[in-house]
Design a protein around this ligand. Structure first.
Ligand code: GDP
Ligand code: MG
Length: 453
């Protein structure tokens, strides 16, 4: 939970020490290198298909090595998103104005907050300003917002005074990105009576109340409207003048500093790992597709060969031998093809599937002759049909068995990939288990656990 006191930025309050957080960040970097090395061993056409994924991985790798924590603003037009970032950055870097559309496209700037806890834990902060959600037309607006929200580490949703119904709907849509969120209520100078609890009360949606608590609702005035002041001159003249009251963003600044100090490294590492996990799943899907459409699809080849040999061979014991051998060869060649690290995860299901394939073949071998009342004597013409039927049944059962073994092996390999010692899922699970209930990230813990499969 974000507290607003600037004096509570104490690293020892977090469950994981700075050293551990730095180590987790380093391991996340290694996880990317590991995937890149694997992809290098893939056939060239497959590597070409993976250009987008490789591009994302190198961006993530750079983000980790430079330790860039991205904070993005979202909200409707003229709520003061640009003004808030300017005050944080202490320079008028983003255009601000009463006219709609001052900010036409997303822009970002690096911010180095003073007083970072230690050199070791220091982070670079990238502030990202976006156009108003209601400025860009339809599809483009949703895509732009979702695109930035999915990659940014922290989202600031800026409203001016109490959020409107449309703003709450947009906030809910943004929440789908599954990123930590703060609700920034700007222009508080115009609403002196407003407080965080009142606004929290307006979030009548459990999905929003789950992720936001009153402490995550920050009332600020980034560029308070000038107020009219009466000036009494020594000669008795009275005139009026306009004076801009001082900005008040202290609650936001201290909440951000606290978050950066206490959870910054974890936030960066965890968010990057979640993205690595998505990329890795995409890569696994590409490999699966590539394997399936390739004329040398080993799954198809082994399954067909197994079915033909078993259907043709009249000896039950030999059939069993062929069945087991073909399934084992299939597993072996898939392991080789995927070049994925094997891991004990799900290995029991894999052996279970192999056993099921073998037992079903055994049942057909034992029950088939009785089922078809196989004639061993008599003219060939009367023996042909029952034997053909048995062969067909054997072929179907072995084909089905091999396909199931193949699919289970694929699932096992892909899971082994992401659940290996350097796999993102393993690291995400470890980090989620270490989160403390008071952390902002803790609110998303359950959701992120559910994404692990
Ligand atoms: N009264 C008041 N006006 C503000 C405040 N912050 C920004 N504004 C004004 O709101 C208008 C829109 O600001 P801008 O930052 O361009 O909004 P954006 O479209 O959300 O980026 C500008 O005229 C600002 O001066 C504030 O705290 N109080
Ligand atoms: Mg703007």
């Amino acid at each position: 939970m974000v507290q607003t006191s600037p004096n509570t930025t104490n690293q020892t309050e977090t469950a994981t020490s700075v050293d551990e957080q730095v180590e987790q960040l380093r391991r996340a970097g290694l996880s990317i290198q590991h995937i890149l090395k694997q992809v290098e061993t893939f056939p060239i056409p497959l590597q070409t298909e993976l250009q987008n994924e490789l591009g994302t991985l190198s961006t993530l790798s750079l983000k980790l090595s430079q330790r860039v924590l991205q904070i993005a603003t979202f909200g409707f037009v003229s709520r003061g998103k640009s003004a808030v970032l300017n005050v944080l950055f202490s320079e008028p870097i983003f255009p601000v104005g009463p006219l709609n559309g001052e900010t036409q496209w997303p822009r970002s700037v690096r911010w180095s907050p003073e007083g970072q806890a230690s050199q070791e834990a220091a982070l670079q902060i990238e502030l990202i300003d976006t156009p108003g959600l209601d400025e860009i037309e339809g599809q483009g607006r949703a895509q732009m917002a979702q695109g930035i929200a999915r990659t940014a580490d922290l989202l600031l949703f800026v409203v001016a005074g109490p959020p409107t119904g449309l703003e709450l709907a947009a906030l809910k849509a943004l929440r789908q990105a599954g990123r930590p969120l703060l609700l920034v209520v700007n222009k508080a100078d115009l609403y002196p009576e407003l407080d965080a609890d009142q606004i929290y009360g307006r979030l009548d949606d459990p999905a929003l109340q789950d992720i936001l608590s009153p402490e995550d609702i920050l009332l600020i005035s980034a560029a308070p409207a000038p107020i009219e002041v009466r000036v009494e001159w020594p000669d008795g003249r009275i005139t009026t003048d306009w004076e801009a009251p001082p900005t008040d963003i202290e609650s936001l600044r201290s909440a951000l500093l606290q978050l950066i100090h206490q959870e910054g490294l974890t936030l960066l590492t965890l968010n990057t790992l979640l993205q690595i996990q998505t990329v890795e799943r995409d890569i696994a899907d590409h490999v699966k597709e590539y394997e399936a459409k390739s004329s040398q699809s080993c799954m198809g080849q082994y399954a067909r060969l197994k079915a033909v040999l078993i259907a043709l061979c009249p000896f039950a014991v030999v059939d069993m031998g062929i069945g087991i051998l073909a399934d084992l060869l299939l597993i072996g060649s898939l392991v080789k093809l995927y070049r994925l690290p094997t891991h004990r995860y799900q290995v029991n299901q894999l052996w279970g599937q192999l056993l099921l394939s073998t037992v079903s073949l055994m049942l057909v071998e034992a029950g088939g002759p009785i089922l078809f009342d196989l004639p061993f004597m008599g003219p060939v013409s009367t023996r042909f049909l029952p034997w053909l039927s048995l062969g067909f049944l054997q072929a179907c059962v072995s084909l089905y068995g091999a396909t199931q073994v193949g699919k289970q092996t694929q699932a096992y390999l892909i899971n082994g990939y992401t659940w290996g010692p350097l796999g993102p899922s393993t690291m995400i699970k470890e980090m989620l288990n270490q989160l403390q209930p008071q952390a902002l990230l803790y609110r998303l813990r359950q959701e992120w656990f559910e994404q692990l499969r």
